[in-house]
Design a binder for this molecule. Structure first.
Ligand code: AMP
Length: 285
């Protein structure tokens, strides 16, 4: 058994029309492939809630601000298709580049505010690329619901804002981060870590959990972040780009979790950039 792969928008639209005529609900799970259990959890959530599921696989050049990162991004279409068998996926949409950015393509979707900090600061242009491709995928698939991982928490906020601002009639749903047994957040980029790097990278989640607990206990971020950076450097994290506490909706900086908040981190291990975030429970009164 295989899941059909469509590469042309006209074919996708034809399928979609039959589903809509039958009154069915359609979900989309946008990915860049190299599928792992994190992606599959989104697919399972989608097929539990909707009649039809489209998984998209498109390595979007516009969201890479580093040519080497784009060139070395894993491309595993065959394996990806095999992993989706039996999960209730109706179609895998792998658009040819021309389906997304045809000759003369000139439109950019840019979400200000929530895109400007964190990843936006360290990866200029990244969220314009994300917002643009996701807007196109929402419009091309005509899905009623879209499933995204909280692993990329800021991306989830950007996509929600974009859909609301552009009146795209789609419900954007955030699903919990899936982790390795070690606690390391699953990521396609983990494939590029050495076995030893994988072990050392697991410290990130442990440190984040300790900091989150101490924040909820009343300590403020400044000294905790210094301690955390030292600890991470001692296990081999080369560059900790941010280690921030931010409110969960607007992503404004906080020193203490006086409102619903998240701890968000980006750091380099073995030349690989890793990001993670966790919820921080509100300060005990
Ligand atoms: P990507 O292929 O990296 O663009 O990711 C596609 C979708 O999978 C995004 O919505 C990600 O947030 C989500 N995702 C990636 N890793 C995980 C994970 N470990 N747990 C849950 N969702 C994830």
């Amino acid at each position: 058994m295989t899941v059909p792969i469509l590469r042309q928008l006209t074919d996708l639209r034809a399928k979609h029309a039959t589903w809509i005529r039958a009154g069915e609900t359609v979900a989309v799970v946008p990915t860049m492939g190299a599928l792992h259990a994190g992606h599959l959890s989104l697919v399972k959530a989608a097929s539990a809630a909707c009649d039809r599921v489209i998984v998209t696989i498109f390595i979007n050049p516009r969201q890479f601000n580093n040519a080497a990162d784009l060139a070395s991004y894993p491309r595993t279409e065959h394996e990806d298709a095999a992993k989706l068998v039996g999960l209730g996926v109706d179609v895998i949409y792998v658009p040819d580049g021309g389906q997304i950015y045809p000759d003369g393509y000139s439109t950019n979707v840019s979400v200000s505010g929530v895109s400007d900090v964190l990843e936006g600061e360290f990866r200029p242009g990244h969220f314009d690329g994300v917002a643009t491709v996701v807007a196109k995928l929402f419009l091309q698939t005509g899905a009623h619901r879209a499933y995204f991982g909280q692993k990329d928490y800021q991306q989830l906020m950007v996509v929600k804002r974009m859909a609301r601002d552009l009146d795209i009639p789609i419900e954007v749903i955030g699903c919990p981060t899936v982790r390795e047994a070690s606690g390391l957040a699953m990521s396609s980029r983990n494939l590029r870590l050495s076995p030893e790097g994988l072990d050392r990278a697991a410290t990130l989640y442990q440190v984040m959990q300790q900091v989150a607990a101490r924040l909820t206990g009343g300590e403020s971020l400044g000294p905790l972040a210094d301690e955390a950076r030292d600890k991470l450097a001692s296990v081999g994290f080369a560059d900790i780009e941010y280690f921030d506490l931010r409110c969960e909706d607007q992503l404004q900086l906080l020193q203490r979790p006086t409102r619903p908040a998240r701890l968000l981190v980006a750091a380099w291990m073995d030349g690989i950039r890793l990001i993670d975030n966790i919820e921080v429970k509100e300060l005990k009164a």
